[in-house]
Design a protein around this ligand. Structure first.
Ligand code: COA
Length: 313
């Protein structure tokens, strides 16, 4: 492997099984070797097929593949998500046998070249438990700015044990024609716009999504929160709310809908009331992440719920 020449090209649909195996293998290997936590990714690559399937539907032809030039074997993947205001990147993964040889750096540099040619900021969310990826990104010039707590909650079969928070009656499922409205709301609070993500969730053709929206008394959007109901992905997010009260109501509603299962959600550590409330529901910290950006550090408002599928930053 040491003498292998690596080439970069584009990921293709016929790579999906290989991508699932690579993601599973690299995550299990990294988390087992460094944190003794490989088991958290299960023993089958099958659930990881959802990543390339969702990304092929959302951003066809965008993902970068690193291959062994001689054998064409897949050694790395880097998913790229261009949006109106920015480009999100993730997940990035390198095959364990090719680690530490600059594969991820080469893929990221290609992503950065593309993003800079478009004149947009590059955004991602990186694990604070993974100094390899954190360092990879910061060495390439990305700036960490907002810390998030990954919280895990097991929701009983009979539903959330805590009473519904105030305002819950104003939380409802979004209508199929609301993508632009939700994207405008996020743009107003966070300065990023990504209508195609909301349109994708609302079409609900790949994966299994519910989009919760909360409105104020005048019918203005106050918050939006997406939840994955696909068996391969138990994440709540992405979402954004104008304040912690709204975020709490949306989160409670999305969690209650996932009765009898467990869910992972990322909450900004600075949203202290929301974090405390999640603890009172029984949620446990399982990881920390930070948003990173190549470009001006954002000065957004409101409470953000990032996710990794699709990577939203
Ligand atoms: C994280 C991961 C993608 C790195 O891939 P890789 O191909 O081994 O990384 P590279 O060899 O391209 O580069 C790593 C860079 O980080 C640097 N680095 C690593 N640890 C560092 C540290 N503690 N301090 C400073 N720099 C560090 C390396 O020196 C290198 O930078 P350089 O090219 O400027 O020398 C890989 O470990 C992986 O796939 N992990 C599992 C999946 C995962 O967790 N992905 C990240 C999701 S957020």
């Amino acid at each position: 492997m040491t003498n292998t020449t690596i080439t970069l090209d584009t990921l293709r649909p016929e790579d999906h099984d290989g991508v699932a195996r690579l993601l599973h293998r690299s995550l299990v290997h990294w988390y087992q070797a460094r944190l003794n936590q490989g088991a958290r990714f299960g023993d089958s690559p099958e659930p990881f097929r959802l990543f390339p399937e969702v990304y092929e539907a959302l951003d066809p032809g965008q993902a970068i593949a690193a291959r062994d030039e001689a054998t064409r074997e897949l050694l790395g993947v880097c998913f790229i998500h261009p949006r109106e205001t920015h480009v999100a990147v993730g997940i990035v993964a390198t095959a364990p046998e090719a680690a530490g040889r600059g594969v991820a750096r080469a893929m990221m540099q290609a992503a950065i070249d593309r993003v800079q040619a478009a004149g947009l900021p590059l955004r991602l969310v990186s694990s604070l438990l993974n100094l390899d990826s954190f360092s990879l990104y910061t060495r390439l010039g990305l700036v960490p700015h907002t810390m998030f707590q990954d919280l895990l909650l097991n929701i009983p079969a009979e539903g959330m044990t805590s009473p519904p928070p105030p305002g819950i009656e104003r939380v409802r499922l979004a209508r199929a024609d609301e993508a632009a409205r939700l994207a405008d709301f996020e743009h107003g609070l966070q300065g990023i716009r990504r209508e195609k993500d909301y349109a994708f969730f609302l079409r609900n053709e790949v994966g299994d999504w519910k989009v919760w929206v909360m409105e104020d008394e005048r019918g203005e959007v106050n918050g939006v929160l997406v939840a994955s109901h696909h068996p391969a992905c138990g994440m709540i997010g992405p979402g954004v709310a104008c304040d912690e009260t709204t975020g709490t109501a949306l989160l409670w509603r999305a969690l209650d809908e996932r009765r009898g299962s467990s869910a992972v959600f990322l909450v900004p550590s600075a949203a202290a009331n929301l974090v405390r409330t999640a603890y009172s529901w029984g949620a446990r910290n399982i990881e920390l992440h930070t948003a990173q950006i190549l470009g001006p550090v954002p000065q957004g408002h409101g409470v953000v719920f990032p996710t990794f599928l699709p990577e939203t930053a």
